[in-house]
Design a binder for this molecule. Structure first.
Ligand code: SF4
Length: 242
């Protein structure tokens, strides 16, 4: 008789869940238990502005992203005007954010898609979608990947979603929560399986801080790491006096 295809919890998943639980507890002693609030939603920004900001944020600093967004809004006071503008003018407006040629095309493609499929320049419908649904609808648009959608769903819409950016991806790999070769995109689904309802926001914010300030890409501060017992990273960086 063939075995049931019903998945029995895989032992490695159980141990990864235990490891994650320990990590969340220990890291919350360092950074607290942040919770999403309306104030966190990028100053109450609408979803479309948040999506465009996220496109602008690719491969640049937050400062340059904000300058590019402010210039875009100043030159084109409505999204309709951005959609109808010569793409070169949009490109020029967002130049301080870098990669302006491809970002201008992506912004106009997003606006054109919204107009065609939603009948207007609003992305508020995203507030009612979960990540797989959002990915199904917008994932074909260039520049709107799983990370972009996760960031907007979590920060702007307050959804229980766990974005995996570069810091979070590194931390998850070094702690052995995901395989070393697991891509950031795939890590969204892997981590969604390990997290319990209501954990994602604090987990993301605290892993991000931990990755930025302690488990840095180069020369992680392993002397100060509260998670060292669960770390599988072979190149830990301890001071010689240890
Ligand atoms: S021991 Fe070092 S490499 Fe490992 S998780 Fe901690 S800071 Fe990162």
């Amino acid at each position: 008789m063939p075995k049931s295809s019903q998945a029995v919890a895989h032992p490695s998943n159980r141990s990864r869940r235990s490891k994650l639980k320990r990590a969340l507890t220990k890291i919350s002693r360092v950074y607290g238990n942040p919770a999403w609030s309306q104030d966190e939603s990028a100053d109450g920004r609408d979803v479309l502005s948040a999506l465009i900001l996220t496109i602008l944020s690719q491969a640049t600093t937050d400062g340059n992203r904000d300058v590019a967004f402010a210039r875009l809004r100043r030159r084109f006071p409505t999204w309709e005007k951005v959609l109808k503008a010569d793409v070169k003018k949009v490109e020029e407006a967002i130049r301080p954010g870098g990669l302006s040629r491809q970002k201008s095309v992506r912004i106009q493609a997003l606006l054109a898609w919204l107009k065609e499929t939603q009948g207007g320049l609003s992305a508020e419908f995203l507030r009612d979608l979960d990540l797989p649904e959002a990915k199904d609808q917008l994932g074909h648009l260039r520049g709107i990947g799983v990370k972009t959608l996760s960031v907007v769903l979590m920060f702007t819409c307050g959804r229980d979603v766990f974005p995996v950016d570069t810091h979070v991806h590194r931390v998850c790999r070094r702690l052995g929560l995901i395989d070393e070769r697991c891509s950031a995109e795939k890590a969204h689904a892997e981590m969604a399986n390990l997290l319990r309802p209501g954990e994602s926001y604090a987990a993301h914010v605290n892993f991000w801080k931990f990755g930025k300030f302690i488990c840095r890409a180069r020369q992680p501060n392993c002397d100060k790491c509260p998670l060292v017992k669960d770390c599988v990273y072979p190149e830990k960086n301890f001071s010689r006096t240890r």
